[in-house]
Design a protein. Sequence first.
Length: 229
Amino acid sequence: MTGFMPSAMAETVGGVSATASPIANSSGSVTNQAIQVLQGPYITNTYGNGIQCQGPTLNVTPYATATASTQKPFEDYWDSPVYDMSDLNDDGVLDNPGNILYYVPTRTAQKDNYNFSLGVSATWSKPLDKKLQEQCKQAAAANIDMMNQLTANKRLDFEIARLKNCGSLMKEGISFHPNSPYYSICADVVVQNVNNIAPHAHSIPSGNRNNPNPNGGAEDLKTISIGNQ
């Protein structure tokens, strides 16, 4: 005799639901950090007269970043309950359903995150037209030579004017006092071929005019005849 038992799905075990109900919880955080480097213009040197030359440019940018992530309230551990799963009479029903036997300390994996980073960013730029750069440098050098020559001409005009004015004043007997702070202005000026006689005085010794000393006697006189002898 063959019999067939109807199939049944066990949904409860001792009054406790045995239906699988998986739950997966996940959490996460993503922090994006970026350093932006802005390319600046070329370094421009100006030499006057509208001459401007651009050269290679090196940009060095140091940076520092820091992040902090915390969770509040902060708990290192949590108490995980252990339930009484005893079924002493093997009737499929828990003897003490819901009874907690003890608690097991379980790490929460909760932590604070701190990050500090240092770095350097560098960019280098260079003009590609080398010929134009050389021509600009030549124009700048020529302009500098011209400015030096103009300065030398102004210096020569000043020295000649100083020479003339100091010479004219020295001919007239006018000069700075040796202790004057401006005495050195004309100290190196020499005036030549000048016969100016400065005013001066001489002392003449005076004798006894009332009693002059004789230069000789009567015997020193000679006879002088005038007319026929």
